[in-house]
Design a protein around this ligand. Structure first.
Ligand SMILES: NC(=O)C1=CN([C@@H]2O[C@H](COP(=O)(O)OP(=O)(O)OC[C@H]3O[C@@H](n4cnc5c(N)ncnc54)[C@H](OP(=O)(O)O)[C@@H]3O)[C@@H](O)[C@H]2O)[C@@H](O)CC1
Ligand SMILES: Nc1ncnc2c1ncn2[C@@H]1O[C@H](COP(=O)(O)OP(=O)(O)O)[C@@H](O)[C@H]1O
Ligand SMILES: [K+]
Length: 526
C-alpha cells in the first residue's frame, strides 16, 4: 500500500535521513540502489544491442548513483564512457569518480558520447533546486537532439521533483527509474514528454519509517491499475478494496438490488453524447437504467439501448430538455446529468442538485453549475462527483487556475466537499474518505489519487461521455464517490490502452470504447 505514496523531495529526504540515522550507511544505500538500477538497465537495454553506454554525471548523489552504474556496467563487459562536466562533487560522488578512473573507464568530452547506444542520465535528481543555465543547459539541449535512448536515474535531470516544472531545460528520457517512492513531479502532465516510461525501483525502505514521516493521513497517492481488476473478496493492496471490478453479485439478487441509475442527457444538437453516456452506463452492469432525453431523441436512444427505460422530456425550441416530467427523484440510487445537455438546460441542473441521491455532473452540467454558482453544492447531503476537464475546471474554480493540477484538484474538493475528477492525460481524483485499508475508527481525510496510465487515443469528442455513464452506473451500484471515480477512470483508460494496441491510437472512438469495456474486463479478470 505505502509503495503507492507520492512524495516531495523534502519528504524523501526526511525518510532517507531516518534510514541513515538508524545505521544504514549512505555509501551502502547508494551501492544497493545503483546495483538495482544496473540490473534493471540490463533487462531493458540488453548488452547485445546497447553495448556502448554514455554516463552523464552531476555533482550530487544522483551523479554518485550514475558512477556506480558505470562501474557495474564496465565489469559486465559494456563499453562505458563517462562525461562529468562539473568541477565540484559531493564526497561520495568524488570517491566513486576516482575509483572509476582508476579502473580505466574513459572520462571523455561530450561529443564522444554521440556514438553511444544508450545514455544514462545522472546529472540531477531530487537535489535540483534552481534553474539549469549556461554550459549545462547547452549540454542537455545537445543530448536531447541526438535521438539516443536515455535512461534517467530518479527523474529526468531538469525536472523539479515537487512540481514537475522544467527548470530551464530538461533531459527527454526514454525511461525513468524512480528510486524508492514516487516523486510528485513525475505526475504533472507537463512532464509527460520528458519522463518516457516510468518505473519505480523498490529499495526496501522500512514501512514504519515511511509512516513516521508521512503520518496516517497522507494526501497524495498513485493509483495502481492492477489492483482494480480483481474481486473485492481477494485481499487488495493498493487501492480501496471496494473500487475493485467486476462488482461481485449476490446469487439471489434482483434488478432493483443492483442499482437504478437515472441519466439526464442530450439535446437535439448533442444526441450522440446522450447515447455514449447511456452505453457507458449500460456497460457498468447497473440493474435498472432510466434515461431522460428530449422527446425528439427518445426513439433513437430506445433503438440503441432497448434495455433502458426512456423518458422523453418536453424540449425548448432549440431541442434542449425544458423540464423533467413528473419524476420521483427519490427512487434512484444515483443520477448522472450533463452530457450533451446544452446550455439551455439550467433549470434541470438546478433541480438535480437538490436530488436526494448521489449525483455525477459532467460537461454542460458543469458549465451550468458554474453559472449557478458552486455554492449550490452546499445544499447537497449525498455524494457529488464533478468530472471537469481543465477548461471546465477553470470555469468552476477560476481562482485555482494557477495552481498545479494536484493542488488545484485537492483545493476544489476540500472547498466543495465533492469528489473532483480532473480529466486529462493523468486524471487526478480528490475526495474526502477513510484510507482504503484502514479501520472504521480512522477519521476521514482529503486524499488525491492520480491515474498513472492512459493514452492520447482518448483525446476525441465523446470519450468523457462514456466515462460519466460508467461512473453513474458504479455509483448506483453502491460504490462511494471516490471509489466509483477511481474504478471508472482506470477501467476507461485501460480499455483504451488495450484497444489502441489492436486498432492504433486512431482507432479508439468512443463507441468502440463503450462497446469494449466489458470484453476488456473479462480479458483482464479471467
Ligand atoms: N532516498 C533516495 O531516493 C536515494 C537517493 N539517491 C540518489 O541521490 C539523489 C539526490 O542526491 P543529492 O541530494 O545529492 O542531489 P542531486 O540531485 O544529485 O544533486 C544536486 C546537486 O547539484 C547541485 N545543483 C543543484 N541545482 C543545480 C543547478 N541548477 N546547476 C548546477 N548544479 C546544481 C547542488 O550543488 P550546489 O551547486 O548547490 O552546491 C547539489 O549538490 C537522488 O535523486 C538519487 O539519485 C540514492 O543514492 C540513495 C537513495
Ligand atoms: N492526451 C490524453 N491522454 C489520456 N487521456 C486523455 C487524453 N486526452 C483526453 N483524455 C481522456 O479522455 C476523456 C475526454 O473527456 P472530455 O474532455 O470530457 O471529452 P468529451 O466531453 O468530448 O466526452 C477524459 O477521460 C480524459 O481523461
Ligand atoms: K537524473
Amino acid at each position: 500500500m505505502l509503495n503507492q505514496v507520492i512524495v516531495t523531495a523534502d519528504r524523501m529526504r526526511a525518510i532517507e535521513s531516518l534510514m541513515f540515522a538508524a545505521g544504514m550507511p549512505v555509501a551502502a544505500l547508494m551501492e544497493k540502489v545503483a546495483g538495482l538500477i544496473a540490473r534493471r538497465l540490463a533487462e531493458i537495454y540488453p548488452i547485445a544491442t546497447y553495448r556502448r553506454v554514455g554516463i552523464l554525471v552531476g555533482s550530487g548523489h544522483n551523479g554518485g548513483d550514475a558512477l556506480v552504474v558505470a562501474r557495474e556496467l564496465w565489469h559486465r563487459g559494456r563499453e562505458v564512457r563517462v562525461y562529468s562536466p562539473l568541477a565540484k562533487h559531493k564526497p561520495l560522488t568524488r570517491v566513486h569518480r576516482c575509483y572509476a578512473q582508476s579502473l580505466g573507464i574513459p572520462f571523455v568530452d561530450l561529443e564522444e558520447l554521440k556514438t553511444c547506444d544508450l545514455i544514462v542520465d545522472g546529472l540531477f535528481g531530487f537535489g535540483l533546486e534552481r534553474n539549469i543555465q549556461g554550459e549545462l543547459a547547452g549540454i542537455i539541449d545537445k543530448v536531447n537532439t541526438w535521438g539516443i535512448p536515455i535512461l534517467s536515474i530518479d527523474l529526468p535531470s531538469g525536472i523539479h521533483t515537487d512540481t514537475g516544472a522544467v527548470m530551464g531545460v530538461a533531459i527527454r528520457a526514454t525511461h525513468t527509474l524512480c528510486l524508492g517512492l514516487w516523486k510528485r513531479g513525475l505526475f504533472a502532465e507537463s512532464t509527460l514528454s520528458y519522463v518516457g516510461q516510468v518505473e519505480r525501483l523498490d529499495f526496501d525502505i522500512p514501512e514504519f519509517m515511511v509512516r513516521q514521516v508521512l503520518g496516517d493521513a497522507h494526501a497524495e497517492w498513485r493509483i495502481d491499475p492492477k489492483q482494480i481488476f480483481r474481486h473485492s473478496s481477494q485481499s487488495s493492496r493498493g487501492n480501496p478494496a471496494s473500487s475493485c471490478l467486476p462488482i461481485p453479485r449476490a446469487i439471489t439478487t434482483h434488478k432493483y438490488q443492483v442499482g437504478h441509475l437515472l441519466l439526464i442527457v442530450g439535446s437535439q444538437t448533442y444526441g450522440g453524447a446522450a447515447l455514449l453516456a447511456s452505453l457507458g452506463a449500460k456497460a457498468s452492469g447497473v440493474g435498472m437504467l432510466t434515461i431522460a432525453v428530449p422527446n425528439s431523441l427518445r426513439l433513437m436512444v430506445l433503438a440503441q439501448v432497448p434495455d433502458a427505460l426512456i423518458i422523453g422530456c418536453p424540449e425548448t425550441d432549440r431541442g434542449a430538455i425544458a423540464q423533467l416530467p413528473e419524476l420521483d427523484l427519490h427512487k434512484y440510487q444515483a443520477i448522472a446529468c450533463g452530457c450533451g445537455l446544452s446550455l439551455e438546460a439550467k433549470a434541470i441542473v438546478e433541480r438535480v442538485i437538490k436530488a436526494p441521491c448521489p449525483l455525477v455532473l459532467d460537461a454542460d452540467g458543469l458549465t451550468l453549475l458554474a453559472s449557478l454558482g458552486i455554492d449550490r453544492l452546499k445544499a447537497r447531503s449525498q455524494a457529488t462527483i464533478l468530472t471537469p476537464h481543465w477548461g471546465e475546471f477553470s470555469r468552476l474554480f477560476p481562482e485555482l487556475k494557477l495552481e498545479d493540477r494536484l493542488t488545484a484538484v485537492q483545493r476544489a474538493a476540500s472547498q466543495t466537499g465533492a469528489t473532483i475528477l480532473l480529466k486529462g492525460a493523468r486524471t487526478a481524483i480528490s475526495f474526502c474518505d477513510r484510507l482504503a485499508t484502514s479501520s472504521l475508527e480512522m477519521p476521514e481525510y482529503q486524499q488525491t489519487w492520480v491515474n498513472p496510465e492512459s493514452t492520447p487515443a482518448l483525446a476525441r469528442g465523446g470519450s468523457g461521455d462514456v466515462l460519466a455513464g460508467v461512473i453513474g452506473g458504479l455509483l448506483a451500484q453502491g460504490m462511494t464517490g471516490g471509489n466509483a471515480a477511481i474504478a471508472a477512470t482506470v477501467w476507461h483508460s485501460q480499455t483504451a490502452i488495450w484497444l489502441a494496441k489492436q486498432r492504433t491510437e486512431m482507432g479508439v472512438d468512443p463507441l468502440i470504447l463503450a462497446q469494449n469495456l466489458l470484453s476488456f474486463l473479462a480479458h483482464k479478470t479471467v
